[in-house]
Structure formats: C-alpha cells, structure tokens
Design a protein around this ligand. Structure first.
Ligand SMILES: NC(=O)c1ccc[n+]([C@@H]2O[C@H](COP(=O)([O-])OP(=O)(O)OC[C@H]3O[C@@H](n4cnc5c(N)ncnc54)[C@H](OP(=O)(O)O)[C@@H]3O)[C@@H](O)[C@H]2O)c1
Length: 267
C-alpha cells in the first residue's frame, strides 16, 4: 500500500446480546480481530459502556444499538439496517434467555418472547445479512444454540425446542450458502458461566464443576471452527462432545428418562 492509497475499510460484525456472557466475549474477540462492531441488546447504558471500552482498546468503531429483539417491529428496523451494510462480515445471533417451570405454568408472554428471540429473530437477521455476504462471497453467521438442542426434559420444552430449531435451521442454511462462500455455524455450548442462570432465577448448585465451561472457551471453539472451515454444528468441550455423540446414537426417550430423574438441566 502506498501513502496515497485510501485505508481499507474494516469488516463489520453484528453481535446480539453482547452486554454479558458469551456475546460479550464474541464482541471482544471480533474487535481484537479488527472488526468494527454493531452491538445490539436492550440495556442501552451497558451497550454504550462496552462500545466505548472496545473502541478505546482496539481502535475499531463500535455502534451501540438498543433494541428488544423479542419485539418483531424492532427486529424489522434492525434488519433494514443490516441490509444496508455492504461490509457486514459476521453476524452472531446470540441473544437468549431461559425460563423456569413447565409450559402449563409458564408466563405465556415469556414463552412467546423466547420463540421470537431464539427462532424468528435470527431467521430475519440472517435473511437481511445474506445479500451483502453472498455478493462478496464471504462472511459468517453464527447462531448460538445449546446442547439442549439435542436433549430435553420437564421445564425445558420450549427452550430445547427453540434451540433444536436453531441447530437444524443452521444446518439447512449452511447447505444453501456455504458453497457460495458464506459460513453458517450452530454453536451448542453446555453449562457456561455467564448471567444466564442468575437471570432466570436458577441456582445450578448440583451441576458438577467439571461440566462448567467459560464463555471464553466457548467463543474460542466457535472461532477456531470458523477459521478451519467447519463443522456447522460445534459442541465446545470434550466431555460435551462425547455426551452428544452418545445422545445421537440412542433414542431421545432414553435420555429424557435420565433427565427426568436427574437434576434440572437448563443450558
Ligand atoms: N450460559 C449457558 O449455560 C448457556 C448454555 C447454552 C447456550 N446458551 C445460550 O447462549 C446465548 C447467550 O447466553 P449467555 O449464557 O451469555 O447469557 P447472559 O449472560 O444472560 O447474556 C444474555 C444476553 O442476551 C441479551 N438479551 C436477552 N434478552 C434479550 C432481548 N429480548 N433482546 C435483546 N437482547 C437480549 C442480554 O442483553 P440485555 O439484557 O442488554 O438485553 C445479554 O447480553 C443464549 O442464546 C443462551 O441460550 C447459554
């Protein structure tokens, strides 16, 4: 590059749910890799503080976009903004939450919000992001699912169902676009130390220490898989890889029976 060449514009990454946990580490890692960021969740003050911190630390541009992504109108506004981003390189559909209790007793509004946030929102945002990515023949869409996409049990029906959707939808979408240069990933973490369980009012005291992952290890597994060109479904951690391999060989009802006898598992 000569002195007169204009600077090469940085690629843009959009991360949903970056104010805590897994999303925050995605934002940190992508900023460190030289991406400008668009950070999207509800807490405007936390978003602004994170955007200021990451732009100061990594010299990238960070936009804080406060939206409730369980609100379809807000999602439409964000989709329109994504569709107008020619440099959009990475979309991380990460925002999510869990609830306690069976469907019979659950708050209907929270169940509807979960279906919107975990399923409809990622579909709409991916659809908005794809034209620019496909036109460039490059880009990545990371959809944060869960090991709950493979197993379920009482109190976990809607959560597991939405995460199973995310996993299978990601596999189908990858089959549509990966040969045209766009990577799609379904990231399926197990228990990860974040604000997730505290926010849902669940103290997971009976989960063995060896089953806990860090958000850093989860995100690093995701980025390593993207750098290597796959696989689509990524299960971080050897213990969870082995457990999921076993789950895939045996009927779901066997595991449902185990889950029903053991401690409540919500991941
Ligand atoms: N932690 C685990 O054990 C675990 C395991 C497997 C999968 N996961 C999945 O990992 C993803 C990230 O979870 P986490 O563990 O990092 O949880 P977390 O620490 O509670 O972070 C959740 C993030 O989602 C955002 N969010 C929640 N509801 C939102 C909404 N309606 N609109 C916009 N943003 C919203 C929150 O931001 P605001 O509060 O600012 O809106 C926050 O930034 C989720 O999809 C979760 O299902 C977690």
């Amino acid at each position: 590059m000569t002195r007169s060449d204009p600077p090469v514009p940085r690629p843009v990454a959009v991360v949903t749910g970056p104010t805590a946990g897994i999303g925050r580490v995605f934002a940190e890692r992508l900023a460190a890799r030289g991406h400008d960021l668009v950070l999207v969740s509800r807490d405007a003050a936390r978003l602004r503080a994170l955007a200021d911190e990451l732009s100061a630390r990594h010299g990238v541009a960070c936009e804080a976009a406060a939206h409730d992504l369980a609100d379809a109108a807000a999602v439409e506004a964000l989709a329109a903004a994504l569709a107008a981003m020619p440099r959009l390189d990475v979309l991380v559909n990460n925002a999510g939450f869990g609830t306690l209790g069976t469907l019979e007793r659950a708050d209907p509004a929270a169940q509807a919000a979960m279906v919107q946030l975990h399923c409809a929102t990622p579909v709409r945002l991916a659809q908005a992001a794809l034209p620019a990515m496909l036109a460039r023949g490059a880009g990545a869409i990371v959809n944060v699912a869960s090991v709950a996409a493979f197993v379920t049990g009482p109190g976990n029906a809607t959560y597991s169902g939405t995460k199973a959707f995310v996993r299978l939808w990601s596999e189908g979408l990858a089959a549509e676009v990966q040969r045209r240069g766009v990577a799609v990933q379904a990231l399926c973490p197990g228990f990860t130390r974040t604000e997730f369980h505290q926010r849902m009012g669940f103290a997971p005291t009976r989960i063995p220490a060896a089953l806990w992952l860090t958000a850093e290890s989860v995100v690093d597994a995701s980025l390593r898989a993207l750098d290597r060109g796959g696989p689509v479904t990524v299960v971080p951690g050897l213990r969870y890889k082995l457990a999921i391999a076993a789950v895939r060989l045996l009927p779901l009802r066997v595991f449902s029976a185990v889950v029903q006898r053991g401690p409540r598992t919500r991941t």
